[in-house]
Design a protein around this ligand. Structure first.
Ligand code: FRU
Length: 505
């Protein structure tokens, strides 16, 4: 039975048993299937997170918008489903904005609405062989995002293009042209539409890469201040369904300019936001109080190559940690850097200092579990003679996860090929996964956040980030640092990380 708005999703009782891969401080649905983050906004002290949700199964199906709120982006309270399928179709991905000036007219000046835009995916039209089975709808809330009403004249943007993929509307207010702008993924490009009231939309322009035939999804568009300057640069995020940096799906970005109608990309083209395989559909919060130089976002911590097969029983998928995006100059280039939100550090417990110098292998013991910890490593490259160094996590079952830095190849590697029992997917255990090491100066800073079944690595002050999931038979229990030569650390600390206690309704 489908979960209607108002029906709160609950964890399975009885059948679920222990949940050995449930993260301790990453967002997961209480039960059943989740994919993309959707409809994120900040209002009155609360960060809202919606997500693609199928409340009847642990595999993808008729999509709803699941809902949760948090005051610190770490502890989440699950709320009832906000949007459920109706006669126009399933509720696919989209975004939400705080319509502070009530331009939509859904609220009043005293009670401004929050307006969500989503894609209707009509399975009946698809079955009938029609091409226009995806269209855009809107809904609004007048009570801080607790209850949502779909607009009576939906869809607000039917598909009149030649492409059947027409989805994932991202709304932003563009102050320069004083209009709402919608970025929409249309097969292998992004289209932009403009509106004064969020209900009537006019085509503005489109942006794509000549010759590209990959499927683009989940765009996002926002300005960021350039480092050390008052100038701004526009960022266009777009998720790509194939040929991710380490296989399968991945989130990419372009830097450039948006004048209210057209996006033009800088030379340098398309970049990957994350080099790991498990950060898809990364999009950002509307209205978050983070200032002009930053933008707050979150990604789905999985990959369509195996998302529906991963070995969790009662639920599927987690989100990445919320991340703060900013622009950073690295050599001659400008990069979009990402770091975990500062509030994650509030989960830190006891600190274990690492040795200043590692030669060979060194097991690290202390009052922390390698399965849930925050590992901070600042390598002094001027004294380090090792060309390869890194760390390895193991357990008694013989599962292993290895991270290595190769200074000669200037490559970072994450090897999860033996991280757990195989069999659930052909592609999951292919590897190792690699990323170019982006280094500047004499310090190579790395932070690894481990949470039972995932690792998020941030290096070079966030210029390089790398997200991986894995499913060990028992929690990783041993952490070893190793170096082929001498590895010097200016700073090295492992922090125990506590669980983010969730509030259930
Ligand atoms: C991306 C995506 C979106 C779509 C949604 C459906 O992961 O394919 O394009 O709206 O998932 O669940």
């Amino acid at each position: 039975m489908a979960c209607r708005p108002g029906g709160t999703p609950r964890p399975e009782t009885g059948a679920s048993g222990p949940e050995p891969h449930r993260p301790r401080f990453h967002f997961t649905p209480p039960a059943h299937w989740m994919n993309d983050p959707n409809g994120m906004f900040y209002l009155n002290g609360e960060y809202h997170l919606h997500y693609q949700y199928y409340p009847d199964s642990t595999v993808w199906g008729p999509m709803h918008w699941g809902h949760a709120v948090s005051r610190d982006l770490v502890r989440w309270e699950h709320l009832p489903v906000s949007l459920a399928p109706d006669s126009l179709g399933y509720i696919f991905s989209g975004s939400a904005v705080v319509d502070a000036d009530n331009r939509s007219g859904f609220g009043t000046p005293d009670q401004p609405p929050v307006v969500a835009a989503f894609t209707y995916h009509d399975p009946v039209a698809l079955e009938a062989g029609r091409k226009d089975f995806q269209s855009q709808g809107i809904a609004y809330s007048l009570d801080d995002g607790r209850n949502w009403t779909k607009y009576e004249n939906n869809p607000v943007l039917p598909n009149t293009t030649e492409n059947q993929d027409f989805r994932d509307p991202k709304l932003i207010w563009h102050p320069g042209s004083e209009q709402w702008v919608m970025a929409l993924a249309v097969y292998d490009r992004v289209q932009f539409y403009g509106s004064s009231d969020l209900k009537n939309w006019a085509f503005l322009s489109e942006f794509g890469l000549p010759g590209d035939t990959r499927l683009w999804e989940c765009p996002d568009l926002f300005p960021l201040r350039m480092p050390g300057s008052r100038e701004e640069k526009w960022v266009l995020l777009v998720s790509i369904q194939q040929e991710g940096p380490n296989g399968g799906t991945g989130t990419s970005y372009f830097l450039g300019d948006f004048d209210g109608a057209n996006f033009s990309a800088d030379a340098g083209g398309q970049h990957w936001l994350d080099y790991g395989p498990d950060n898809y559909a990364f999009v950002t919060w509307d209205n978050a109080p983070v200032g002009w130089g930053s933008r707050l976002g979150i990604g789905w911590m999985s990959n369509w190559q195996y998302a529906q097969e991963v070995p969790t029983q009662s639920w599927r998928s987690a989100m990445t940690l919320p991340r703060v995006l900013s622009l950073k100059t690295l050599g001659d280039s400008l990069v979009l850097a990402a770091l975990p939100v500062p509030s994650v550090s509030g989960l830190r417990g006891e600190a274990t200092a690492l040795p200043e110098k590692i030669t060979g292998r060194k097991a690290i013991s202390g009052n922390f579990s390698p399965s849930a910890c925050d590992l901070v490593l600042q390598t002094d490259l001027s004294r380090t003679t090792a060309t390869r160094f890194g760390f390895t996590l193991t357990n008694a079952a013989g599962n292993k996860l290895e991270v290595s830095f190769d200074r000669e190849a200037m490559q970072m590697r994450v090897d999860r090929t033996r991280s757990g029992p195989g069999g659930f997917s052909d592609t999951f255990f292919k590897g190792p996964h690699t990323a170019p090491m982006l280094m500047e100066g004499n310090v190579w800073d790395v932070r690894a956040l481990l949470d039972v079944a995932s690792m998020e690595l941030f290096a070079g002050e966030g210029a390089l980030n790398f997200t991986e999931i894995f499913f060990p038979e028992t929690p990783f229990a041993t952490l070893e640092l190793w170096a082929e030569g001498d590895w010097y650390l200016n700073e090295g600390t492992v922090y125990a990380l506590g669980a983010a206690t969730r509030k259930e309704p």
